[in-house]
Structure formats: C-alpha cells, structure tokens
Design a protein around this ligand. Structure first.
Ligand code: ZN
Length: 507
C-alpha cells in the first residue's frame, strides 16, 4: 500500500513537471502564431531571442536527470497497467520523447539550429538568384550534421530511421521504401495515361474573387464541417498552418489569392482538418504530452481526408456549389457543378509539389524521399543533386525544370531541416487518409449521401471516436491497425484514384 502511494506521488510529480513544459511550449506557439499573423516586421529579432529563451528553458526542464530518474522509477508501475490506460500511455510517450531529447547533446542541437538559420538565409538568396552552387556548401554541412544526428541513435537499421523518427515515429526505411516504390509503379502509368488525354479546363477558378467574400464562404464551409469558432479562429498568413495553445484553442490560418479561388478554399479545409483532429482530443489530455497528433503522417491524413476525399468529392459540391454560385454569381453563374468539379480536380504534369493535384502529388514526394535517402546513404553527392532531381522529374512526370529554383531548390525543407525524414509524412498522410475513409464508409455506408446534404456529423463522430480522441496514445502503425484492421497499404488510395479519375479519363 505504501509502495503504491509512493509510486503515485512520483507519477504526480512527473505529470506536474511535464505539464509545466507543455505550458512553456504553448506559450512559444502563441509567440510563433503572433509572429506569423500580427507582429510588426521590426519585432522579428526580439521575437527570435524570446523564442530561443523559451526553447532553452523547456529543453533544460525536459532533459533534467530528475525526469529520467522518475521515468526509471515508474517503469514497473507502467508495466503493471494496461497498455492503453492514460497513465501508462503518458509514461510511455514521456519516455520516448525524453530518450530522444536526452540522447542528442544540447550543444549539438544549438549548432544544428544555428546552421539551419544560416542555411535558410543562403537558400533564400540562392533560390532568388537561381544559383545552386551558392547554397551547395551549406547543404553539404546539413548532410554532415544529419548523419551525425543519426549517430546519436546507434543500432538503427537505416541511417535515415532516426531522422524519420523525429516526425513519423516508428516508420522505417524498410517499411517506407517498398511502399513508396509500389505506389510509384501504380501512379506513373496512370499519370502517363491521363497526360495523353485533353487537360481539364479550370478557367472558372481563375477569375476575380474578392477576398472578403472568399473568407466568408470558407468560414461557412469549415463551420459546417464542425470547426468551432468558440474554440478557434482563422487569420491570414503567407503560408497557411494550424497551431494549438490548448485543446480548446486550436487556430488556423489561410491565404487568399483573388485570382485563384481554390487557394483559400482548399487550404482552409485542409487546416480545419488538422484542427478538428486536435479539437477532438479527449479533454482529459489537456496540458499533457498525450494531447496533439501522433505524427506528421497521421496529422496529414486528417487534413487530406477533409481536403480531398471530402472537399474535392462530387457529393460535397452537390451541397455547397449552389451556395458558392450565390456568392459569386457573376463569375460562376454560367459554370455547371460538373464543370466546377472537373476544374477543382484537374490533373496535370507540373513541377511544383505544393500546387500538384492528388494524382501526381505522391510522385513529387517519392522523388524527394528517394533523393534524400541516396544522399544520407552517401550514394548521391550534394553537387549532383540538381541533375539527379531533373532526371527523376523527366522519368516520373515527363517534365524537366527549367532551372534549379524550380528544381532542387524548390522546397524549403532540406534548407531549414535535415536531409532525411522531411517528406515521407505527406505520402503517408495520403495513403492513410484513403485507408481511414474507406473504413469509415464501410462502417457507415450512408456517409457519402450525408455529405451530399452537407451533414458531416456521422463522419466527424467516427473520426473522433476512432482517431481524434486518442491524441498521441498510439503509434501510427498501431492506430492504422486498430482502426482499419490491416497494416498500412497503398490499395485503398489506388482504388480511390482509379475510381474517381476513371470517371473523367481512360486509365
Ligand atoms: Zn497539412
């Protein structure tokens, strides 16, 4: 009895220390949000210092040996509890995060952070000047530091695994490489078939759509999806994102292009999908390490599910298109639902990942994933990256970038992050979104008809019940298995693509 009491005191101490750290991190998130939304430009340098101070405090508090000792002392208590109990899960997740943070010396992390800031500056200039060789030495250093980071985790199967673990815990090159290769094999011929047929006409999306009306309409849509403006808000930023300060304060941002109707619309649905996930966490997880989303892949599966499987479906627009036409009568009055549906699902060979449609998107990701693996494996030198990039675009998408700014320097990821572990989450998200949605519809075949009536309650409740409420409790692999009864596979995604696009194209 006395031992149990002692254990509970230790658990309470651990929980209290962890809560303090999540509070500091929430304060950092608020400073970040403010920086991206309302902070005047000249506030940037002080804000950078304030964020660095908070980061250092939370890192020191988290890697304090007392936490390590408490986790050790609580090991047998954790093992005596059911795996999915909140207490065992909190100890397990804390141990995982602690081990990762404690293995990498603070001095190394500081060096990496400084280098990332320099590399970002160099990339921004090199990209603007289309001069890859100016950023090449920085990227070489990033590669060296990425390999050093992996070495803090001896015993890995593949050198990229510890880097992948940072955002997609438990995913490994040995799982991802065959999965992505299989997907590429399916997608390349589909893209070739579609590209040989006439392009969809998306002129209707590229007229003038005033910002205020776009924002009002997207607000109606995301509110109907279940985004609660009493527990969140939407602002505009250069790059859309979602952030949370508590389970009851999950905010999103969007960007509006007045000549591109699809930007604000789909980025809002996407970010609202991320937000619904976190708003749907069990309220008991408030302020704990169990709140939030499991991994970048699972998070992206929730945004993509709403953006693509729901938001780009015909049924969704059966409901919302008449309303959209009402708002933009002059621009869309003569455009039929069918023409609009085809426009928002236009498939084209393109160079830019972020603008890619859902059929070609994963090919863009696969190229980056393979190239970053080749670099960390030492099989591809940084100086040969632009050529290797262009070669893969020619093979997989049938087009070649005109310069390195739209080629190897296109995405910011390698230039502010590591080489390895930066891109897999996007494709994991797409694959999981289709597998989850297929399961939801199998359990509730009325979901598509409900969507046609603008009713998302059944789908939203199913997602809450099966995914959102669990927060970070399960790993991505465990969650997919629990929810869908099968390991992650490409089949639901390929079925979805073939079915949807088989309607417009011979594939
Ligand atoms: Zn996202």
């Amino acid at each position: 009895m006395q031992t149990l009491d002692k254990t509970q005191v230790k658990f309470a101490e651990l929980a209290a220390r962890l809560n303090e750290i999540t509070d500091i991190e929430s304060a950092s998130s608020l400073l970040h949000w403010d920086q991206a939304t309302y902070m005047p430009a000249k506030g940037a340098s002080a804000r950078g210092r304030q964020l660095a101070t908070l980061k250092q405090i939370s890192h020191e508090k988290f890697t304090d040996p007392t936490i390590g000792k408490l986790l050790e002392d609580l090991r047998s208590y954790e093992q005596s509890l059911p795996y999915d109990s909140n207490t065992a899960s909190l100890i397990r997740i804390a141990r995982r995060d602690y081990n990762r943070a404690a293995r990498v010396p603070a001095a190394f992390m500081a060096k990496l952070c400084r280098h990332q800031a320099d590399c970002y500056e160099a990339w921004a200039c090199a990209k603007a000047a289309n001069n890859f060789s100016a950023v090449e030495p920085y990227l070489e250093k990033t590669l060296e530091l990425s390999r050093q980071y992996a070495d803090f985790f001896p015993g890995y199967e593949h050198i990229a695994d510890p880097l992948i673990d940072r955002s997609d815990y438990g995913m490994k090159v040995s799982i991802l490489r065959p999965l992505f290769a299989e997907l590429r094999q399916e997608l390349v011929p589909i893209v070739q078939a579609i590209a040989s047929q006439p392009l969809a006409d998306d002129f209707c999306l590229h007229q003038h759509f005033p910002e205020a009306q776009q924002l009002e309409f997207t607000r109606t849509v995301i509110e109907r999806m279940g985004y609660d403006f009493q527990r969140g808000r939407q602002d505009t930023t250069l790059h859309p994102f979602m952030t949370n300060f508590s389970i009851d304060d999950v905010r999103i941002t969007t960007r509006v292009y007045e000549e591109h109707l699809d930007q604000a619309l789909f980025s809002s649905i996407h970010e609202a999908g991320h937000a619904l996930y976190e708003l749907g966490n069990s309220p008991e997880f408030e302020g704990t390490l169990l709140a939030g989303g499991i991994s970048s892949g699972v998070h992206e599966s929730q945004s993509r599910l709403w953006e693509n499987l729901v938001g780009r479906s015909r049924g969704f627009w059966e409901c919302f298109y008449p309303q959209l036409q009402g708002v933009f009568l002059r621009q869309l009055g003569h455009v039929t639902t069918d023409q609009f549906y085809k426009a928002i699902n236009k498939v084209a060979r393109s160079l830019v990942r972020t603008d890619a449609d859902e059929v070609t998107y994963n090919l863009h990701v696969a190229i980056r994933f393979d190239l970053e693996l080749a670099m960390v494996e030492g099989k591809l030198a940084v100086r040969d990256l632009p050529e290797a990039w262009n070669e893969r675009y020619k093979n997989d998408l049938g087009i070649v970038p005109a310069n390195d700014s739209e080629g190897a320097m296109q995405d910011v990821h390698w230039y502010v992050g590591t080489i390895g572990g930066m891109f897999q989450g996007y494709t994991l998200g797409n694959l999981m979104s289709a597998q989850f949605y297929e399961t939801a519809v199998k359990n509730h075949p009325e979901i598509p008809v409900e969507i046609e009536h603008g009713n998302f309650t059944i789908l939203h409740d199913w997602l809450k019940q099966n995914i959102y409420q669990h927060g970070r409790k399960y790993t991505a692999v465990e969650l997919v298995d629990r929810v869908t009864g099968s390991p992650l596979t490409i089949e639901p995604f390929v079925r979805y693509i073939r079915h949807k696009y088989g309607e417009f194209y011979v594939i």
